[in-house]
Design a binder for this molecule. Structure first.
Ligand SMILES: Nc1ncnc2c1ncn2[C@@H]1O[C@H](COP(=O)(O)OP(=O)(O)O)[C@@H](O)[C@H]1O
Ligand code: SF4
Ligand SMILES: [Mg+2]
Length: 338
């Protein structure tokens, strides 16, 4: 068995709208080592959610996986049968969605839904299942869990429903948990509790995690590796220490100074200039060129994702022998962020 629980190569997922192809995920490559946590970061619209949904074959019309491979353990998922995918979802791979309301069944109580998960995945009977459900609701920070367990989803606030979803996703003890901005809508205390819960379960059952987040503090606290996405592509893949101490891609550098971090004192947030290009205005070369302070003539061609000496990957001409721009260009200055 391979040591990567998930191995995605050159994944392409597009939406076909009014005769145009929108390349939401445009050749994404990354790996999740077994038992580890991979963070996926990038501005809104970079293809993080669509990558995650592609893994579970949850892309609906007009979207479609048009190329590449997704290997889960030693099984190819892009060609897996619908019945097999149904079995994988919620058993071997659990996902916590950005939009929690759509994933709870409105006609069953919270307790009925949690008990069902415990029955299917852990063979627990009604009494044991109810006990475990209440414990789990308590663990995810829901007040008066004995009362909440008999309520319906509409009786709970958005933040509480999200915590119920997290309880559901963890109830089956998945081998891989994909969490798409799981704590964004929650307050900091609950957020810390939930990250702790995920971490504990990870240690207990050796679960692997894909953590999609725009919060670099969450990345620093929970991730072992990080994939930075921009315009449907991975522009940098690095172990978490390297990412924070020696980020290579100019976009990563921009993100580090524009997004809130909990690990250092930031005097001010410096936004990356410009905007993410619209799909019909996508540059043919490096997607980041219109916003990059180091762009040079060669950047009108698309650089490859290339592995560096330390094993991390970066997609930028600066890190190639062909670089024709300013010599010794420094993309990161520790002084400015500490
Ligand atoms: N239903 C859809 N129809 C057309 N395009 C879509 C649809 N869903 C997503 N996209 C395209 O895919 C891109 C990436 O979306 P998404 O993965 O949700 O971004 P992220 O999660 O990084 O914010 C979007 O910018 C959009 O162009
Ligand atoms: S390839 Fe060129 S434009 Fe793109 S990030 Fe690197 S230096 Fe900037
Ligand atoms: Mg998203």
């Amino acid at each position: 068995m391979s040591e990567n629980i998930l191995d995605i190569k050159d994944l392409r997922t597009s939406f076909f709208v009014e005769g145009n192809e929108i390349k939401a995920v445009d050749g994404v490559t990354f790996q999740v080592p077994k038992g580890k946590t991979l963070g996926i970061v990038g501005e809104s619209g970079s293809g993080k959610s669509i990558s995650a949904l592609s893994v579970l074959q949850l892309i609906d019309d007009p979207g479609k996986i048009v190329g590449g491979s997704i290997r889960f353990k030693d099984e190819e998922l892009t060609t897996a049968k619908t019945s097999r995918m149904r079995n994988i979802r919620g058993n071997e791979i659990s996902m916590i969605f950005q939009e929690p309301m759509t994933s709870l069944n409105p006609v069953y109580t919270i307790g009925q839904q949690l008990r069902e998960a415990y029955k299917i995945h852990q063979g627990l009977g009604k009494k044991e299942g109810t006990k475990r459900s209440i414990e789990m609701l308590e663990l995810v920070g829901i007040p008066s869990p004995e009362k909440r367990v008999d309520q319906y989803p509409y009786e709970l606030s958005g933040g509480m429903r999200q915590r119920v979803m997290i309880a559901m996703a963890l109830a089956c003890k998945p081998e891989l948990l994909i969490a798409d901005e799981p704590t964004t809508a929650l307050d900091v205390t609950i957020q810390a509790q939930i990250l702790e819960l995920i971490k504990n379960l990870q240690e207990e059952i050796g679960m692997s995690v894909v953590m999609i987040t725009h919060d670099l503090g969450v990345v620093a606290e929970t991730c072992d590796y990080v994939a930075v996405m921009y315009c449907g592509k991975v522009v940098e893949f690095a172990d978490v220490e390297t990412l924070f101490e020696n980020p290579r891609h100019p976009y990563t550098v921009g993100l580090l100074s524009s997004l809130p971090r909990h690990d250092i004192d930031q005097d001010e947030l410096v936004p990356i200039k410009g905007n993410v290009p619209a799909p019909d205005e996508m540059p043919s070369g490096c997607r980041f060129a219109p916003r990059c302070p180091h762009a040079s003539a060669i950047c009108s061609e698309l650089p490859e994702l290339e592995t560096q000496e330390d094993g991390n990957d970066v997609r930028c001409w600066i890190y190639t022998e062909q670089w024709d721009g300013e010599k010794g260009v420094k993309v990161y200055d520790n002084e400015t962020t500490s």
